[in-house]
Write a protein that binds this ligand. Structure first.
Ligand code: ADP
Ligand code: MG
Length: 275
């Protein structure tokens, strides 16, 4: 039993074994999201494997961020935003109005395009969320462990009490990832995490995503097709169709999508002809 009371996907993943391999970890069915009367995405269905990295790609405005925001119910922050369909994850229905959203957001971490560290010290960026979740006793150990994981420890160990805002953009982003890792989420959502970063931070983040595969699932939105190819097991391609909403036009193994796309628009997008 893991901390969520589940017979552990996470633990099994850590041991390098995925019992759920033949069975999807998550089933997305007929997911549509609209802002007012305008749909942002329409009728999206996909199966997500356990311990996998899934990249979502597609041109701007085709609904990728909206789609990602369904998994931690960030869409609730927009009063006019309504989702329908189903996201089944273990025994939970993520779109259920009665779901405990606070617990869900502990289980699902999110990293945004622009780093958003709290305006407090480097250390407190990690200890405050731990405290909030009643895990203060693990603090110092977790601070070092997570900062090491994002390759930041050696850069900041002598100034843990300095403001997080004094860090460079790439360091801030890595701190945000460390903050997310500290809560040991089962799923981490990355929304274009590297698009404003230097090559070194990008490399660290890609390596980290690669290593996360064995302990949680990852979804990443990226405009960088080479990055999708490097980090993803599966790739989903969104496209804006007639009517102005996004649809998932192709979903499959990364290699198949990149080397032998079945959809004409995917092929044009991959080859840089459109988008
Ligand atoms: P992407 O991440 O692929 O660029 P988004 O999910 O950000 O796409 O946007 C999809 C569509 O939803 C766009 O047409 C966008 O204008 C619209 N949209 C996104 N957020 C909001 C919002 N808070 N209110 C109204 N429309 C929105
Ligand atoms: Mg976006």
């Amino acid at each position: 039993m893991d901390k969520h009371g589940l017979i552990g996907k996470a633990r099994l993943c850590k041991a390098g074994v995925c019992l759920t391999d033949d069975k999807p970890m998550m089933q997305i069915r007929n997911l549509s999201v609209r802002y007012g009367s305008q749909y942002a995405i329409y009728n999206v269905s996909a199966d997500i494997s356990a311990c996998s990295v899934t990249a979502w790609i597609g041109p701007s405005g085709c609904g990728k961020s909206t789609f990602l925001s369904c998994f931690n119910r960030l869409i609730d922050l927009y009063p006019k935003c309504k989702a329908s369909g189903s996201i089944r994850w273990d025994k939970d229905e993520l779109l259920d109005p009665g779901i405990n959203v606070r617990n869900l957001r502990t289980r699902v971490g999110m990293v945004f395009q622009r780093p958003n560290p709290f305006p407090v010290s480097i250390k407190k960026n990690i200890t405050l969320p731990l405290k909030e979740h009643g895990r203060s006793q693990e603090s110092d150990e977790t601070v070092e462990k997570t900062l090491r994981e994002v390759g930041l420890w050696n850069e900041v160990k002598d100034r843990l009490n300095a403001s997080a805002l004094s860090l460079s953009g790439g360091q801030q982003q890595r701190l945000c990832i460390a903050r997310t890792l500290a809560l040991e989420p089962d799923l981490i959502l990355f929304d274009e995490p590297c698009s404003a970063l230097d090559p070194l931070s990008t490399q660290v983040i890609e390596d980290l995503i690669d290593s996360l595969r064995h302990r949680c699932s990852v979804m990443i939105v990226t405009h960088n097709l080479a990055q999708a190819r490097r980090v993803a097991d599966d790739i989903g391609v969104f496209w804006t169709v007639e009517g102005g909403f996004g649809q998932l036009i192709e979903f499959g193994k990364a290699q198949q999508i990149m080397e032998a796309p079945r959809n004409r628009q995917t092929a044009a997008y991959i080859n840089g002809l459109v988008g």
